[in-house]
Every structure is written in structure tokens, then in C-alpha cells.
Design a protein. Sequence first.
Length: 422
Amino acid sequence: MTRIYSNSFVRMLLPAMLATLLIACSDTETQEDSTQSADQAKSEAPAMEDAKKAEEGGEGQGAADYSNPKNWLCRPDLDGDACVMDLTTTVVAADGTMTREPFTRNPRPPIDCFYVYPTVSTDETPNSDMKAGPGEISVIRAQFARFGEVCRTFAPLYRQVTLTALRARRAGEDMQVDRALAYNDVKAAWDHYLAHDNDGRGVVLIGHSQGSGVLTRLISNEIDGQPVQDKVISALLIGTRLPVPAGERVGGAFEHMPLCSRSDETGCVVTYASFRDDIPPPDESLFGRVEEEGMIAACTNPASLSGGSGELHAYLSTEGPGMNSAEPEPWVEGEEVTTPFVSLPGMLTAQCVNDDRGSYLSVSVHGDPEDPRADDIVGDVVVEGEVQTGWGLHLIDMHLAMGNLINIVKAQAEAYRKEQDT
């Protein structure tokens, strides 16, 4: 069996991601990569603090003007909408049979989706600008555009702390970061959306990594327990560490938004961080644990919200090898897959695990060396040939369950419609 360590997201981020991507992903995420020494961790503390504070509101420049369409990546009336792109998928059965699956956006979606992307900016400035670069476009394709099947898609640009700034602080350089911009921009985009676009529609909040951290703060400050919560169908806060009391579905991060326990439940949260079942979180894991006493990292299995194991409906990138990644094996022996995405029915299952390793989504890969299909998947962070186990499958948290997440949102949208009709 050959493990594939390659996808477009890995290629885009690996030059700068080690010990920088996660440190911007939520207010509590200040752990270091398990391969680092204590001295290295100590030297990076200032960068972690900057990244953490980047998501906090407070003083800073004024927020961006979201009446300007140029400040959006995706919105329904936008010329050059980044969410309108080719998402064609090749479905590869275990016997090697390949079927082409086209993608069609819903021309009249019943609900909206509001997305905040993770740390992707490679701008050379301390905070990113308001121009979409390759990172922003790539992550829209990987994580958000497919939700156009069920909702109107809204994705604001925002001035996150860049990978450049985080690397500089790690190296001891003094780059003047405006720590408030990221949160303030997203809040302004949300306020503009509510005032000018929502028109009473239900909305799903979607984020990954830093995006989940910013949305967690937005929900806590502006939504949880407030009248606007009635519009929030659900929140998909993926690739983060959301604290919840052990054995409970609500409390911790939010007082009024519980974890989702079934696909037609509304007003709830789907959240997880994924790891291979044979590479669980190490002791110094980046994910799967929280620091608050009596709390655990929340995990909801998108393949089975009621509990237990379920099959993941993944949409994986088919792009070639990324920097510092091993060469991938073909998806099918002797065949070329030419679509942007591939789906592998029956290949992946997952379940939430809560043990001495942490609380996380455990992903099992059911490859068969006897069939012509690839035996493993892209997703691990690999540096100089070594898997960085503390990251788990962070790079493909959303890819792994994209089909499941969309089906959940479809069911929630229908349940929300029924609630509004009664």
C-alpha cells in the first residue's frame, strides 16, 4: 500500500505552513507542532500571540467596505464570482470503473451560506490585502464552491494575518501586524449581509481553521442567544477545537447553540478535527484537546451525527504532487483522471473517538491491494518525507466529508423551511 501525500492545498501551503497555519485557527489554538523543541516553541510564542489576537475584535483600522463588490470572493450578483467554477468529479469504484459526475449550481437555492476561509494568504505584507490571490481562489474551490448546490454563496475577502508575518515573527523579525483586522472585517461583512442580502432567509455559517476561529468569536459575540440566531440554520466549524462540557451538547463556546445530533436538526453546530485511525493524535497534538477544565474538544461525525461509524462521501483533489510531498499513485492503475475532483465510494469511514488521545474524528481507509483503485488518500502534512502527526488530516478536513456536509445542509434547509411554515 502506498500513501499519497499530495493535493493542491498542500502545495500551496507547505512552504510556510509548519507551525504557522494552526496558530491562527482559533482563540485557544496556541499549541506547537509535536516535532518542535521547547526552545523552538518558546521562540515562536510572539507569533502565536499575534495570530491569536488577529481574531479578536478591538482597536485597529476601520473594517473594509462590503458595499464594494470587489471585497467579496463570492456573492450571487458578483461578476467573476469565485464560486462559479468547474467542480466535475470522477467517481472511482473499487473495481476501477470510472464515472463522470457533473456539478450544477442550484439556480434558486432556498437558503444562504456564509463562508470564512482559513489561513491562506502569502501576501508579503503583515496583513493580507483585499485582492484574491491563488490561495483564496484555491480554497474556495476546495472547501466552499460545492455548497452552491444547496445555497446562495457568500464569501468575503478579509485582511487576515499573513503567513509572511507569522514566519517573520517566528524568525524574530518585527512586522507590525494589525491584530483586529480579521475579526472586524468579517463582522462588517456579516453585518452588511444581514442588512442588504439576507431578506429573512436562513443561513449556514461555514469555516475552516482560522475561519472557524473567527466565526466562533462572531457567534459568541453577535449571534448566540440573540434574535439573529433564529436565522442561523447551523454552523459548520471545521478543523478547530471547540470546547464543550464532557458528556454535554451545549455550553463551553456557546450557551444556546448545541452540537448537532441529527441531520434535520437546526440551530446547531457541526465540528470536528480529523485523524487517521492508525495515526491518532500524539501527546502534543495540535487538535483534539482543549485547555479549559472539564471541557473536551467537540466532535460531531458528519457521516453519522447520531453517533457511531458512517461512510464518508469525500471529494478529493486530483491535482499533482505538492512541494515536499511524495509522488502519488494513480487513482486507477493504468488510467488518468482528468477532472478536478475524485470520489471513492466505500473507501472511507469515520467515527468520533473520545479517549486518552483526545476527542477527534477517526478516519479509516479501506483500501484493497487486490483491486485496481488506489489504496490510500492525500491529506497528511509531510515535511522532508516525515508525516507531521500532530496535524492529523487537517488539510482535507472538509474534503473528506464534503458530500456528507452538503447532505446535512440540504436536510437542515428542508427542516428550517418546515419550521418557518408552521
